[in-house]
Design a protein around this ligand. Structure first.
Ligand code: ZN
Length: 486
């Protein structure tokens, strides 16, 4: 009898507890329901998204030449009911797609440019595609597709009256060196936003919590005098000599610049024939450092080296700025929100065939990593691992509170800008990671559009980080270098 009574008591109190536990406030219930709807919508869109991503992987269009890739995204967004403004900021392949009215206004960034010089089939063995000059070695075919899809999932919720506000998808070309977003920032296209969401393909699932290197790049052009290299060398002035003299000076300069600096160059034109003294030569330089002030100072010293090289070789020099990007401002408030959503979404699980593909690919890597990395979510950490590149998202992060994630679209251990990245990106290993990204971005947008306190807190943090700095594009007032990949 006593036992029965106790049992009944326990049962009753459990019932009350369970009821209490499941009874959430209406706002949270709506957020949860919206998240559920978005996840289902993105799962349903997966097959179509996979097709889009692989189509853009196949196009592999380089910076500012992403005509077909941008057109595909624009088509999907306008079919979904977005108002799309194309050719923004003087860039034919840039666009802003808008749906909804009023605040909050949330932006999602999309990229779609490929890298020149790297191409590979979707094979785990080195297999360049003959006649193809570029490849998606940074996964931007997945980047754009996930962002467009996340934007459409949010649009559906607004259309159904479940969310209030405006969603904008930004088509941002030429991330790889062209600094596309900087021109959109300079144009003020982010001014009316409350927050910006982005992501990047990677071999881990993590929130972007460390900064990127500020970067300034230029093409240095030297003009000399042609002459027969054997019969009349005294009558020539070699533009290639000037490039080599400049490179030597910059290489010696490395000893006298701060440790964290990165300087790299490629000779984009070194003459055409050894028996003709080149009257034209060109070298393309990047200068990077965690602090933009250092980048500006070191870049000016590189210009001095170019001037000195021209003087000593009897040539003339002019340079064109190609790109310039800020470091990346991290917003911890938004990072925490996105982390919770990434944990809810979870990482990717490989099939037997994908495990076999990964195991075949890994021995070609310098530092392969445990395959389980693609499944787990990295805990939030602000420790800089010191292996960052540069991104034009940096300039966006100086315009509005910005948050991003990295999703495992590449076999663990894959380096960005490698043929292995092109290979994974052309398979379902890539598109699975893309789905992690689109879901996490959509869920984060839902939180931002449902919680004014969150935006307030993120904005306060942003304002504090900016301090009294007045944004000025590192690339100055130049026009987009639409032909920098020619
Ligand atoms: Zn990239």
């Amino acid at each position: 009898m006593k036992k029965l009574f106790l049992g009944a008591m326990l049962f009753l109190s459990f019932g009350a507890w369970a009821q209490k536990k499941t009874k959430v406030d209406p706002v949270t219930a709506q957020i949860n329901a919206n998240k559920e709807t978005a996840i289902n919508a993105l799962n349903s869109a997966y097959d179509a998204d996979k097709k889009t991503a692989l189509q853009i992987w196949d196009y592999a269009e380089v910076g500012y030449k992403e005509v077909k890739s941008a057109a595909l995204h624009i088509q999907h967004l306008s079919d979904a009911g977005f108002a799309v403004e194309t050719g923004v900021a003087g860039i034919p392949t840039a666009f802003v797609a808008t749906y909804g009215t009023g605040s909050p206004v949330i932006g999602i960034l999309a990229e779609y440019d490929a890298l020149p010089g790297i191409n590979q089939s979707a094979s785990a063995e080195r297999d360049p595609i003959v006649g193809k000059n570029a490849g998606h070695a940074c996964g931007h075919h997945l980047f754009g597709t996930a962002s467009v899809s996340a934007g459409i999932a949010i649009k559906e919720l607004i259309a159904a009256g479940k969310l209030k506000g405006t969603i904008k998808v930004y088509g941002t070309p030429a991330e790889e060196g062209g600094s596309g977003k900087v021109f959109l920032v300079r144009e003020g296209l982010f001014n009316n936003l409350d927050a910006v969401i982005h992501w990047h393909p990677d071999d881990v699932n993590a929130i972007t919590t460390t900064s990127a290197l500020a970067n300034k790049s230029a093409k240095f052009k030297f003009y000399g005098i042609s002459a027969h290299a054997a019969a009349a060398p005294d009558q020539g002035r070699s533009a290639l000599d000037a490039v080599e003299a400049m490179d030597n000076m910059v290489n010696m300069m490395r000893e006298h610049i701060p440790q964290e600096t990165r300087i790299h160059y490629v000779i984009t034109n070194g003459g055409k024939a050894p028996n003709v003294i080149p009257d034209f030569a060109e070298v393309y330089y990047y200068v990077r450092h965690p602090k933009r002030k250092e980048v500006v100072d070191i870049f000016d010293r590189v210009v001095k080296a170019a001037e000195g090289a021209a003087l000593g070789t009897g040539t003339t020099m002019k340079y064109d700025i190609i790109g310039g990007t800020h470091d990346l401002l991290i917003n911890k408030t938004l990072a925490e929100t996105m982390q919770a959503n990434l944990e809810k979404v979870g990482g990717v699980h490989y099939t037997e065939a994908e495990i076999a593909f990964a195991k075949k690919l890994q021995p070609t890597m310098v530092a392969p990593v445990d395959l389980a990395t693609a499944t787990v979510i990295k805990p939030l950490s602000y420790i800089n691992e010191g292996n960052s590149g540069s991104t034009d998202v940096g300039d966006v992060s100086y315009a509005k509170p910005t948050v991003g994630l990295r999703a495992a679209t590449w076999v663990p251990g894959t380096a960005a800008h490698s043929w292995q990245a092109v290979a994974s990106g052309g398979t379902e290993i890539g598109t699975k990671g893309m789905l992690v990204a689109s879901k996490t971005m959509a869920l984060t947008a839902i939180d931002l559009m449902s919680n004014p306190e969150l935006i307030k807190k993120a904005t306060e943090e942003f304002t504090k980080s900016i301090g009294d700095y007045k944004y000025k594009a590192l690339l100055g007032d130049i026009k987009p270098a639409l032909n920098y990949r020619d």
